[in-house]
Design a protein around this ligand. Structure first.
Ligand code: SF4
Length: 426
C-alpha cells in the first residue's frame, strides 16, 4: 500500500452493497432530427409530426410511476434525461421532467440533454418550470466547417446564442465538446474552448471523437486512421483542453469533465463513478443495481428471473425497441440484457471507475477492497504508482489520464475471474 495513503474504514463502502433503492435515474430518449455522421448511439432520425416520440415519452412516464410505487425512487438524488435529442420532444419533455420530479421528490439535480437546433425558448421555459436544474448542450465545436463535417444541424452562431439563452435562463449549463475531428486545428480547438468558456457555462465535457464501425464517418475515412484522429492528436487535444480550460477557471474533476466550482460538477455522472446504484429506462438504457435493488425491481419485472447465487451486482440494459416501448409501457413487457458481478468483480469495477476521478481512489474503497482482495490490491496499486499511472495519493497522473485504458484494465484484472455471467430476460 503506498505509504501516504491513510486507510479509511471500508464499512461505508460495504453498506452501499446492501442499499435497496437507487440513487440516480436515467431516461433515454432515442430520437434525433437527423443522424450525425459519427453517431453510433441508440438514436434514430424522426420526422416532424411523427407521433412515436410523444407516445414513447408517455410510456416512460408510466414506467417511472411504476418504479416509484416499488419504492425504488425513495432515495433518488439525481436524474438525467439523455439521448438522442430530448429537446426534440418539445413540450412533452416538460411533462416527462414533471413526472420524474413528482415521483422522486428528493431529486436535487435533474439534467436534460439538449441540442442547439431544437432548444427553443418554449422548451427552455417549459423544462425549467417543470423542475429541470441543468442542461447539457451538444455544442461539439464552434467552427462551422467542423460542424459541417460532423453533419451537425446547428452552426456556431446558433450554438452560441442558445447556450447564452440557457445561461441567461438561470439553469446550470454544461457544453459537450469534441476533439480530434475533421478539419480541426490547434487554433480552432483553442477558439472553441475559449468560446464556450466566454459564454459563462459552469461545466464543460471534452471527448475525443471515436470512429465507430457502421457509421457514415467510418465509411468515409476507410481503414486508415486519419491523422486528425490519431492517438497522438487525441492526446494533444485533450492536454490542450486541460490547459485552456484551467486558464479559464475550470478544474478537471474527471478524465473528460471540467467544472468552474465544485457545486457545478455533474452529481449524476459522479454516481456512475462512485459505485452508487442507478436505474436506466428507455431503449438501450443501462442500470446498475445491488442485489436488494434487483430483487425489488423483480416485483414489477418477473421476466428478469431470480438473482443467480453468489452475485452482488446486476447490470441491466433495456433491449426493447422504441416502438415496443411506446406500444406497451409496462415494465413487465421489457426485454433486458443482464450481467451479474460477484462481490470481487464489483470491487474491481469500483476501483476502475474511481480511477477516472481527479480526487483518486476513495480511502474507504481502498480499505474495503483490501479486506476483500488482500495483498493483490497492494501489489497492483504499488505497481501503478511505480509505473507513473497513479500518484502516491492514488490520484491519476498525467500518464494515467492519457493512458486510461491501461490503468483501468489493470484495476479490472483484480477481479481475478474477469468473465461475467450474462443472460437475456424472457
Ligand atoms: S445528436 Fe447526438 S444522438 Fe443524435 S445523431 Fe447526433 S450524435 Fe447521435
Amino acid at each position: 500500500m503506498p505509504s501516504s495513503i491513510a486507510i479509511g474504514s471500508g464499512r461505508a463502502w460495504r453498506e452501499r452493497l446492501s442499499s435497496a433503492g437507487i440513487d440516480a435515474l436515467y431516461l433515454h430518449v432515442p430520437f434525433c432530427a437527423r443522424k450525425c455522421a459519427y453517431c453510433d448511439f441508440a438514436s434514430w432520425a424522426t420526422t416532424r409530426g411523427d407521433v412515436l416520440p410523444r407516445r414513447y415519452a408517455e410510456a416512460l412516464e408510466r414506467q417511472v410511476e411504476q418504479v416509484s410505487h416499488l419504492g425504488l425512487l425513495d432515495g433518488c438524488e439525481t436524474a438525467y434525461v439523455g439521448g438522442g435529442t430530448p429537446t426534440l420532444l418539445g413540450e412533452a419533455l416538460g411533462g416527462l421532467v414533471r413526472c420524474v420530479m413528482e415521483c422522486a421528490p428528493g431529486i436535487r439535480e435533474l439534467t436534460c440533454e439538449a441540442n442547439p437546433d431544437s432548444l427553443s425558448d418554449n422548451v427552455l421555459r417549459e423544462v425549467a418550470a417543470a423542475g429541470c436544474t441543468r442542461l447539457s448542450i451538444g455544442v461539439q465545436s464552434l467552427c462551422d466547417s467542423e460542424l459541417g463535417e460532423l453533419d451537425r444541424l446547428h452552426d456556431a452562431e446558433r450554438a452560441r446564442e442558445r447556450v447564452a439563452a440557457a445561461v441567461g435562463g438561470g439553469l446550470d449549463v454544461s457544453c459537450d465538446l469534441m476533439c480530434a475531428i475533421p478539419l480541426q486545428t490547434s487554433d480552432s480547438w483553442q477558439a472553441t474552448l475559449e468560446g464556450v468558456a466566454s459564454l459563462g457555462v459552469g461545466h464543460v465535457s471534452v471527448y475525443p471523437l471515436q470512429i465507430e464501425d457502421g457509421t457514415a464517418l467510418a465509411q468515409k475515412v476507410g481503414d486508415e486512421q486519419p491523422s486528425w484522429n490519431s492517438s497522438d492528436t487525441q492526446a494533444a487535444r485533450m492536454e490542450q483542453a486541460q490547459s485552456v480550460l484551467e486558464d479559464c477557471g475550470y478544474r478537471r474533476y474527471e478524465v473528460a469533465s471540467y467544472a468552474r466550482l465544485p457545486e457545478k460538477e455533474c452529481s449524476h455522472n459522479k454516481m456512475y463513478w462512485t459505485g452508487r446504484p442507478y436505474l436506466g429506462l428507455g431503449t438501450g438504457a443501462a442500470s446498475m443495481l445491488t442485489a436488494e435493488g434487483y430483487k425489488r425491481l423483480l416485483e414489477a419485472c418477473p421476466q428478469l428471473g431470480p438473482l443467480p447465487e453468489g452475485m452482488t451486482r446486476a447490470r441491466l440494459r433495456v433491449v426493447s425497441g422504441r416502438d415496443q416501448i411506446a406500444a406497451n409501457g409496462r415494465l413487465s413487457s421489457l426485454t433486458f440484457e443482464e450481467e451479474f458481478l460477484t462481490e470481487r468483480q464489483a470491487a474491481a469495477e469500483d476501483l476502475m471507475l474511481g480511477a477516472r476521478l481527479a480526487c483518486g481512489l476513495d480511502a474507504g474503497l481502498v480499505a474495503y477492497t483490501h479486506d476483500l482482495l488482500g495483498e493483490s490490491v497492494d501489489k497492483t496499486l504499488n505497481r501503478l504508482v511505480r509505473e507513473g499511472f497513479l500518484s502516491d495519493a492514488l490520484t491519476p497522473t498525467q500518464r494515467g489520464w492519457l493512458l486510461g485504458n491501461e490503468l483501468y484494465g489493470e484495476l479490472w484484472d483484480l477481479a481475478g475471474d474477469t468473465e461475467t455471467l450474462t443472460r437475456r430476460s424472457a
